[in-house]
Design a protein. Structure first.
Length: 387
């Protein structure tokens, strides 16, 4: 099956069998991380290493020597993959970590596969082996439960946003109603009664992204926020880095399902650019579609072919990292437990942040409902008096 390449970097990969560095291209797609070896300045047709994102346990920044920097990819049950000779190690690290976390949140870990494969192992009389298995099962069950909770919270957040939008429409309708009712007062009295200002819920949407403000810069992690008619990018310290009013957006260029450009022009020239790469670009476009869909420009319409990689769904070969097994090394066990606990911490922090946002949305929604009830009762009493 072919997959679109999200990002590609020139890199070198350390082969444990040959104990040598192989040079080529590191590719990131929606499901896998692949490395293609280059021979005589040409890439081979098949990758020598392909890793499922769900089999990855984490990423680390390491030094190969005093000069060369590397990214170490931890793979469950396998030796770590060392990737070096990177032009910009930080950007590679941010991309791999971002899309790995987003896929983990969407699809969950491969813990179920672990449990199934471990059931086919030869039975052991060691109670320690049984205890280790039980601990790992509890860890992966907890991780799976947190992922389901995060998905449920995300769906609840969408429902709250839809309810807020419905209440905003109701308040606008009530504003029209009050204008008509006050118009009746003008027929019977000389008083010019103005309608009250209605309460509007401030809807807020946040998306984790990688961004840059010019095409010459490197990508940095941040958060894209839609609030009060503007789009703002927050850096890792939650400080606003760049902001554009939605009404001032002149063009939204869709390069791939993972990359878009938000452009604002002044005097015929582009003065603000936000280059956004994210696993949630589809949801960002969905948020922009209702009012700014006419500003979308799709680069794929020009006929330029996007780079793809071909990967077998049932891969074969000693270099494809798919084997599931329980390691008997105590240090490896501790490392695996640490990686899973790190995932649990990230999920818990994300859930906590989403819960706080939903509590604020519920408070605003409750205040809006109370205000709407008061306005309806007030308008009804006015109409009854006139009749």
């Amino acid at each position: 099956m072919e997959y679109y390449v999200i990002q590609e970097w020139a890199a070198s990969y350390y082969c444990w069998e040959d104990r040598s560095w192989k040079y080529g291209k590191l590719n990131l797609c929606s499901k896998y991380v692949c490395f293609y070896e280059s021979t005589n300045s040409e890439l081979n047709s098949a990758p020598i290493v392909t890793v499922d994102l769900r089999r990855i346990t984490g990423f680390q920044r390491r030094q190969v020597s005093l000069i060369y920097k590397a990214v170490v990819v931890g793979v469950d049950g396998e030796k770590s993959l060392w990737v070096s000779s990177l032009t910009n190690r930080e950007e590679v690290f941010y991309f791999l970590e971002h899309f790995w976390k987003q896929r983990l949140l969407c699809l969950g870990p491969s813990g179920n596969q672990k449990q199934q494969s471990s059931s086919h192992e030869a039975p052991t009389s060691s109670t320690r082996q049984a205890e280790r298995k039980k601990i790992f099962e509890m860890l992966y069950d907890s991780e799976d439960a947190l992922i389901k909770a995060s998905n449920t919270l995300y769906n609840q957040g969408e429902q709250l946003e839809n309810s807020s939008q419905s209440m905003n429409r109701m308040h606008k309708d009530l504003n029209v109603t009050e204008t008509l009712v006050n118009g009746l007062d003008r027929w019977f009295t000389k008083w010019d009664v103005k309608p009250e200002h209605y309460f509007e819920i401030c809807t807020k949407k946040e998306y984790p992204i990688l961004y840059r403000k010019t095409t010459k810069e490197s990508y940095s992690p941040g958060t894209l926020v839609f609030v009060e008619g503007q789009v703002t990018v927050l850096n890792v310290k939650r400080v606003a880095d760049v902001s554009i009013l939605l009404k001032d957006l002149t063009s939204i260029v869709v390069n791939t399902p993972w990359n878009i450009l938000l452009l604002r022009s002044a005097i015929g020239e582009v003065d603000v650019i936000i280059d956004v790469s994210s696993a949630q670009v589809v949801y960002i476009l969905k948020a922009l579609q209702p009012e700014h869909g006419n500003k979308f420009h799709y680069e794929g319409d020009s006929g330029d072919a996007k780079p793809t990689i071909k990967i077998s769904e049932i891969p074969a070969g000693e270099h494809f990292v798919t084997e599931d097994r329980w390691t008997e090394d105590g240090d490896a066990d501790l490392e695996t437990v640490g990686d899973v606990l790190g995932n649990l911490k990230s999920l818990a922090l994300g859930i906590n942040q989403e819960m706080k946002r939903q509590v604020d949305s519920l408070d605003q929604l409750s205040e809006s409902v109370d205000k709407a009830n008061y306005r309806i009762e007030k308008s009804s009493k006015k109409v009854e008096k006139k009749l």
